[in-house]
Design a protein around this ligand. Structure first.
Ligand SMILES: Cc1cc2nc3c(=O)[nH]c(=O)nc-3n(C[C@H](O)[C@H](O)[C@H](O)COP(=O)(O)OP(=O)(O)OC[C@H]3O[C@@H](n4cnc5c(N)ncnc54)[C@H](O)[C@@H]3O)c2cc1C
Length: 248
């Protein structure tokens, strides 16, 4: 199946690629992409999950969610069923598979907090850190613990934080925050805030958001990322690490 990642991806940059529809029986080391809200897909041996992995159910007191399910769908489900711990999924683009792989979250709330198992393998067999997991298998099904008490106040708090984010197409935060500092502050300090690399640039609104001004290309993203990393290292001796996944 041909997928145009310049249409699918939230940064609206990417290539048209022939992708394989993946299930438990035919996986052969393809790179699984969910909604490409954190991934720049320019090339690669790409797979996307079969639609049968788009589901949410409660069984034996466990919340069972397919890897292809959209974050927004799980958010709505947990709101409806008064389940706590998924409030940060409000307006978080992407799929559950991508979110678990990225250990997505906001502040101290991370998707791994409520996690019990992936493809029936217990959580403690995997490592999770800030925006990192060592998962290297396709995430077909995720099990979560059910805690009562959906928190509307948290949703409001997260919503306020999102209001300060740029509206132009992006992949969210380009870099992880280094220990004790902010990637956005460092990018601003080296003078890259608002500076354009052809069609892309570090946003005037939030310098850690690399945004597409309309005609961005894969090579513009690479150029911007490499320039920021080089300049931050020269100026501060800090190795910025990409949060976004770049497939080139
Ligand atoms: C405007 C905006 C705001 C954002 N805000 C936040 C935020 O507040 N917090 C945050 O954490 N993130 C944020 N993000 C980033 C992004 O939304 C999350 O990381 C999201 O969870 C990624 O989901 P995805 O399906 O799009 O993943 P993709 O981009 O498709 O993939 C991300 C990674 O997961 C892997 N992957 C995807 N699906 C699977 C699967 N089924 N099995 C195995 N591996 C898989 C991919 O290979 C890739 O390595 C933001 C993005 C945007 C555009």
């Amino acid at each position: 199946m041909i997928l145009d990642f310049s249409k699918l991806s939230t940064i609206k940059i990417g290539s048209k690629l022939d992708v394989k529809i993946i299930n438990e029986d035919n996986y052969n080391n393809e790179i699984i992409i969910g909604r490409a809200t954190n991934s720049l897909v320019c090339t690669g041996n790409i797979g996307i999950l079969d639609d049968k992995y788009d589901f949410i159910k409660i069984e034996d007191g466990i919340l069972k969610v397919g890897g292809k399910t959209k974050n927004s769908k799980l958010y709505n489900f947990t709101k409806k069923h008064n389940i706590a711990g998924f409030e940060f999924l409000s307006k978080l683009p992407g799929s559950i598979g991508g979110s678990v792989k990225m250990n997505a979250g906001m502040k101290q709330y991370e998707i791994s907090n409520n996690l019990l198992a992936i493809n029936q393998i217990p959580k403690d067999k995997f490592e999770f850190e800030y925006r990192y997991s060592n998962i290297n298998i396709p995430i077909f099904e995720v099990w979560f613990e059910i805690k009562e008490g959906f928190n509307k106040n948290l949703v409001l708090e997260f919503s306020k934080m999102r209001n300060n984010q740029p509206k132009l197409p992006s992949l969210g935060s380009a870099f992880k925050n280094p220990n004790g500092d902010y990637a956005g502050r460092l990018i601003e300090a080296i003078g890259l805030k608002g500076i354009r690399f052809n069609g892309v640039g570090f946003s005037e609104i939030h310098s850690n958001f690399l945004v597409n001004y309309g005609n961005g290309k894969c090579e513009d993203v690479i150029n911007a990322i490499n320039t920021a990393k080089k300049r931050v290292f020269e100026e501060f001796g800090i190795n910025l690490q990409e949060e976004i996944k770049i497939l080139i």
